[in-house]
Each structure stands twice: as structure tokens, then as C-alpha cells.
Design a protein around this ligand. Structure first.
Ligand code: PLP
Length: 500
């Protein structure tokens, strides 16, 4: 019987679109074989909107199986250490300090090859990276973001210490391992040159360990000497040259994976012709544009690299070719710059307007009754004192202040419990280790609105309210606002407005 279904599936009769199949790649032994050979994709909308004359191409490193360019060096370091008998399957333990992506690459190789893998990474790095690492079976150790690289608390120092303590531990050490630049010299650079028939005028590359930019730079200088190699380094880091470029007040930046406070051995400044310094707002806005306008599901450092490329590619002419390397993918940042609220609360995006809500644009005053009073303890207090203050005040946070009463962080039961659960050994009586320093806060001296509070409450359980003293510039804590406080305030005021 001729019915709708059989007609629908008369597939032979449709016009067909069959792409050329790569006959050499029928079956892969394992996923590690798929690392590299990433596509080079022409950019269209952004170059046009930015008035760029040259052709721009994105090297889509975020399409590697672990989600980043670092899969290449992780696999290369493992293969090299195996060949030299340093890594022994079933026996060795891989341990590495990383900003996450090298860790994911190593955890991927460890999962396939059967190594125990321990990754030491700063707290700044996203939970998405941590969860990916855990899913791959890696063990995670977090270290304070603010710890300088040479301090005993940094991820590099902790990994070095553990590699001496744990039997059969092997630290592959991406900062000092020639396989890092070599993976790009042999792999990434060859691919770029092959795709463009050895004719490229500029490559723009983010700098972390600098293995990518140094490895690609070396090969490019040999095969295409006219090409300008551009390194991208965030303000707050010291990798760029000349040194004056690195002068900055920036203490912490949000973009992950690029920038350091020391010069890694895997950096060769000789092969980098020009450096561009970047900042968070424009980098992350550009990453959102790469996703929205070009369909490239990349991460934050890709935005930094693209922003830098737009500045330098303005000097190139029609017909010249500029390659922009996109290091990692959107998955790492789903709760960070991909979240509108996250962007808004850092002033990287305006708060949405909403004319229908009477309270949306209301400016919060210092004495507003929606602000819950909070207690404060000195930074020299003990954990027990902070817990006692928390219980007594009944507010969800206790302020931690310095000698001048300036807010330096908060203490919360949730965070303290999480830290305790992750601590190996006995309870530490050091309040510093339990202080939350990254706080969602509003300043009543800045005409902050309820819109800001409401958007923040989408991504945090409490908004800390502060006031900046105009003469001393000291930020003093005033209280806290929770969803409960905001709801009660809105309903009470709405009832009053309606005459109930
Ligand atoms: C997201 C991201 N971008 C850029 C880089 C920089 O790469 P490289 O370490 O080769 O300089 C890294 C390195 O970890 C990274 O994770």
C-alpha cells in the first residue's frame, strides 16, 4: 500500500549532497589518533564589520577531541616519555600543574592508555574544566589563584612537591618540555602552511606557556619568512616585549589560559615579531561575537586573540592572509562568559532593560529595608570566631575586614564546608584559606539598581552590599541581599502601591 511514510523514505529520488570521503581515515584505533588536523575556516562577518581588507582564517584548535590545542602537546609529551622509558603504562602516575587544558589532554591520554593522572590547577579555572577532568578519571588538586608561581602554594610548586612524594610520579612539565613547542613545530604549523600553500602573511596566537606561539613561530620563520608572528598577552601578565607593554595595575584577569607572571622556558621571544596586550571585557565580547556571528564555539582566549588580530590585521592589504588560532572551546565556560548575567555583573555587557517592572530601575539606597544586616570579623580571627558570628547574625555571610574596616572577603557556611571536605588532613584554623574573595557585590555609592541585584541573584545565592567612602576610597560592608529579601521587598511595596 502506498502511504505517506513510504513516499517520505523514497530517499534515492531526492537530490543528493555527498561530501568527499577521506578514504585514509576509515577507522581510528583510539581517540588520540584524532588529535590535530584541525580545520582552517575563513572568517566573514567580523572582518567585514571591522573594515579588514585581508583574508582572515580561524585555526579551529577547539575542535580537538579534548576541546583544546593542548591535546597536541599532552599526547606528544606522553609519547616521548614512553619512548624514553620514563613513563611506564600501568605503573607511572602522571602529575601536572596546568590552567586546565593541558590537564584535560593528559587526562584524555591517561584514560586511553591507563595511567593514574593528578592535575593541579588554580581556583580561577572553571568548574567545567574540573568536571571534565573528573569525568576522565583524573584526580584534582586546587590551589589559590593569587599564589605567585614561585610561592609554595602555587600549582607549579604543589605539583613539584607531590611529584617527589608520590611513588612513580612523573611530571612531564609543559613549561620546560621541548615536546611542547615541538608539537606545534611539527603539527600545527605544518597544517597551517599546508592549508595556505606556504603563503601566509600573519599568524596571531595567544601566549600561555608560549609553546604554541614559539613552536609555530620557529617553523614559520623557516618556511615563510615574510610572515609576521604576533603574540597575544593579557594586561597583568609579563610575557610581552618590550617590557614597557607589561606595565599595568591589573592584578587578576578573567580570561583563562593566557598570561604568566614568569617567563617559561617554552617561550622564545626571538620568533615573535609583535605583541598585543589584551583586556577581559573586549576579549570576552569578541569571543561572544565569534560564537554568534561566525558560529565558532570557542573559549575566552580565542576572543582575546581575535580582538588582537583585528587591531593588527588592519595594516594588511586585500589578498594577504592572516591566521587566528582559536585555542579552546565553549564547553569550558558555560557558567562563565557564556552566561549573560556573568558578563553583566562584571560590566562586560549592559543589564537588560525592562520597562514593565516598576522596580527594575530603582536605585538602592544605603538604608533600604531589603538589605539584611551582616556581622564582620577581622581577617585575624579564627574559623571558630567566624562561625560564631555567622550563627549569631543569622545572615548567610560574615564580612571579613582589614584593620581599616575595608571588606577583603566573606565567610560562608557553604564555602567553608566545601573547603573542609576538600582538605586532606585535620581542620585548619586559618581564616585566609576559608575566605571567599571573589564576591558578587553592589556599591550603593554607584547608583546600583534592583535590576543588577536581580541579575546577580540568578547566578549567586547572595549579593553583598558595600559603600565606598568618598574621601578614603575604602569599601565598607553594609549587608547582604538574598532572593528572599528581594521578593519580600517587591511584594510589600507592590501591595503598598496598589493600596492593599
Ligand atoms: C585556553 C587557552 N588559550 C591559550 C593557551 C596558550 O597556549 P600555550 O600554553 O601554548 O601558550 C592555553 C594554554 O593552556 C589555553 O588553555
Amino acid at each position: 500500500m502506498e502511504n505517506g511514510t513510504s513516499k517520505f523514505f523514497n530517499l534515492k529520488e531526492f537530490p543528493h549532497i555527498v561530501r568527499a570521503l577521506d578514504r585514509n581515515l576509515k577507522i581510528q584505533d583510539n581517540v588520540l589518533n584524532v588529535i590535530g588536523n584541525t580545520p582552517l575556516v575563513k572568517l566573514s562577518k567580523i572582518p567585514k564589520e571591522e573594515g579588514i581588507q585581508c583574508e582572515m582564517y580561524a585555526k579551529c584548535e577547539y575542535l580537538n577531541p579534548g576541546g583544546s590545542v593542548k591535546d597536541r602537546i599532552a599526547y606528544r609529551m606522553v609519547l616521548d616519555a614512553e619512548q624514553r622509558g620514563i613513563l611506564i603504562p600501568g605503573k607511572s602516575v602522571i602529575i601536572e600543574p596546568t590552567s586546565g587544558n593541558t590537564g584535560i589532554g593528559l587526562a584524555l591520554a591517561s584514560a586511553v592508555k591507563g595511567y593514574r593522572c593528578i592535575i593541579v590547577l588554580p581556583e580561577k579555572m572553571s568548574d567545567e574544566k574540573v568536571n571534565t577532568l573528573k569525568a576522565l578519571g583524573a584526580e584534582i588538586i586546587r590551589t589559590p589563584t593569587e599564589a605567585a608561581s614561585d610561592s609554595p602554594d602555587s600549582n607549579i610548586s604543589v605539583a613539584k612537591r607531590l611529584s617527589k612524594e608520590i611513588p612513580n610520579a612523573v611530571l612531564l612539565d609543559q613549561y620546560n618540555n621541548p615536546c611542547n613547542p615541538l608539537a606545534h613545530y611539527d603539527g600545527t604549523a605544518e597544517e597551517i602552511l599546508w592549508s595556505l600553500d606556504d603563503n601566509v602573511d600573519m599568524v596571531v596566537i595567544g601566549a600561555g606557556t608560549c609553546g604554541t606561539v614559539s613552536g609555530i613561530g620557529h617553523k614559520i620563520k623557516e618556511r615563510c619568512p615574510k610572515c609576521v608572528v604576533v603574540g597575544v598577552d593579557p594586561h597583568g601578565s609579563i610575557l610581552a616585549e618590550p617590557e614597557e607593554l607589561n606595565k599595568s595595575d591589573v592584578q587578576m584577569y578573567e580570561v583563562e589560559g593566557i598570561g604568566y607572571d614568569f617567563l617559561p622556558r617554552s617561550l622564545d621571544r626571538k620568533v615573535i615579531d609583535k605583541w598585543v596586550k589584551t583586556e577581559d571585557g573586549t576579549s570576552l565580547q569578541m569571543a561572544r561575537r565569534l560564537i554568534k556571528e561566525e558560529g565558532l564555539l570557542c573559549g575566552g582566549s580565542s576572543g582575546a586573540v581575535m580582538w588582537a588580530a583585528v587591531q593588527v590585521a588592519k595594516n594588511l592589504k586585500a589578498g594577504q592572509k592572516c591566521v587566528v588560532l582559536l585555542p579552546d572551546n565553549i564547553r569550558n565556560y558555560m557558567t562563565k562568559f557564556i552566561s549573560d548575567q556573568w558578563m553583566e555583573t562584571r560590566n562586560f555587557k549592559p543589564y537588560p532593560t525592562n520597562d514593565k517592572l516598576w522596580w527594575w530601575n530603582k536605585v538602592i539606597a544605603e538604608n533600604e529595608d531589603l538589605i539584611q544586616a551582616t556581622a564582620s570579623v577581622s581577617q585575624n580571627s579564627s574559623i571558630s570566631e567566624a562561625i560564631a558570628a555567622l550563627r549569631e547574625s543569622k545572615a548567610p555571610v560574615v564580612n571579613i575586614v582589614d584593620d581599616k574596616g575595608s571588606l577583603i572577603g566573606i565567610f560562608t557556611a557553604d564555602n567553608a564546608r566545601r573547603r573542609l571536605a576538600n582538605l586532606a588532613g585535620s581542620v585548619v584554623e586559618d581564616l585566609e584559606k576559608f575566605t571567599v574573595k571573589k564576591i558578587y557585590q553592589i556599591d550603593v555609592s554607584n547608583d546600583s539598581t534592583l535590576a543588577a541585584v536581580s541579575r546577580m541573584l540568578d547566578i549567586t545565592p547572595y549579593v553583598v552590599v558595600v559603600k565606598t567612602d568618598a574621601s578614603s576610597n575604602i569599601q565598607k560592608p553594609i549587608g547582604v541581599i538574598t532572593s528572599d529579601d528581594l521578593l519580600t521587598y517587591i511584594t510589600n511595596k507592590s501591595n503598598q502601591l496598589n493600596g492593599n
